[in-house]
Design a binder for this molecule. Structure first.
Ligand SMILES: NC(=O)c1ccc[n+]([C@@H]2O[C@H](COP(=O)([O-])OP(=O)(O)OC[C@H]3O[C@@H](n4cnc5c(N)ncnc54)[C@H](O)[C@@H]3O)[C@@H](O)[C@H]2O)c1
Length: 273
């Protein structure tokens, strides 16, 4: 069976979730290259899943694969996209926050026919927002509600002396632009970044963060208004079974993207499209 060759950059939790999904055999793709700043992490993934893959650097990864999935950290994204352009490789960027300061690189990739795909991650509604953008939007607001322990230690809270550990009621701890939100809560950047990049950008997209001692899950509410009307989505996320710090839906969105791209790749190479 023809399979799309996949390179992983980052061999942590999302990398493992992708390996588990591929093991089920319903996605026409196989992992052929692994890159990680920590070789031991790559070796662990290789051995745990019995992968027939090479552990290599970023350029070798791009050369070996048909498609590359970045699931490492935001600071690696610039070099991954630059390498994707050099090698003419489409890729999926999970560390979406790493794209926010590089609109030029996204434009260059698009110009050169390289698809830099952004997953929907832990939110829903990006399809409608993309469509609505055709006629323009005038208001985009993301409200993120988390249990205090999910926000504790964030730079913004520390710098402003905001204590969330002893709350008895829900409290709005931040309101500002998506760009400001990403600096204020660097561990929570991906949702705000994906929403910004799909819609009206990081300076116009507004973010509100609520610490809620009664919350049992991370909830993201999106409200968008534009020429099309109004769109509102609420996503209540459960944690990933293998990573309590990450939303399950984020890993599932990576799997769904890989399934779609691999199916299209195989259909294309079999002359079906
Ligand atoms: N888009 C979304 O909704 C969404 C959701 C969850 C996580 N993420 C992002 O996906 C990324 C991966 O998440 P995870 O939970 O798998 O993280 P993880 O910490 O479990 O794994 C990250 C892996 O990347 C490796 N790594 C770190 N820096 C690297 C570098 N410079 N080059 C190569 N490898 C490097 C680490 O050694 C580790 O093995 C993170 O940036 C995270 O913020 C995105």
């Amino acid at each position: 069976m023809l399979k799309m060759k996949v390179g992983l950059v980052g061999c942590g939790n999302i990398g493992a979730d992708l390996c588990i999904a591929l093991q089920r055999g319903t996605i026409p793709a196989e992992i052929v290259a692994l890159t990680d700043i920590d070789d031991a992490r790559a070796r662990k993934l290789l051995n745990s899943f019995g992968l027939n893959a090479v552990i290599c650097d970023l350029d070798e990864n791009m050369a070996a694969a048909d498609y590359v999935v970045e699931c490492a950290q935001p600071s690696v994204v610039e070099s991954v996209v630059a390498a994707a352009i050099r090698h003419q490789r489409d890729c999926l960027i999970m560390s979406v926050g790493g794209l926010m300061d590089h609109p030029d690189l996204i434009a260059e990739a698009r110009h050169k026919g390289v698809d830099i795909r952004i997953p929907s991650g832990a939110i829903s509604g990006l399809d409608g927002i993309r469509a609505a953008m055709e006629a323009g939007l005038h208001h985009v607001m993301l409200t993120t509600r988390k249990p205090p322990k999910g926000l504790s230690g964030a730079p913004y809270l520390v710098e402003n002396g905001i204590d969330v550990d002893n709350l008895t009621d829900a409290k709005v701890v931040f309101e500002g632009s998506a760009r400001e939100a990403c600096k204020a809560f660097p561990h929570n950047v991906n949702v705000a970044a994906a929403l910004s990049l799909t819609g009206i950008g990081p300076d116009e997209t507004m973010v509100r963060v609520i610490a809620d001692p009664r919350a049992t899950s991370n909830t993201h509410e999106i409200v968008v208004e534009g020429a099309f009307g109004m769109l509102k989505t609420v996503t209540e996320n459960l944690a990933s079974p293998r990573n309590p710090k990450s939303s399950y839906l984020a890993s599932l969105s990576a799997v769904a993207e890989l399934r779609a791209v691999a199916s299209q790749f195989v259909a294309h190479h079999q002359g079906l499209v």
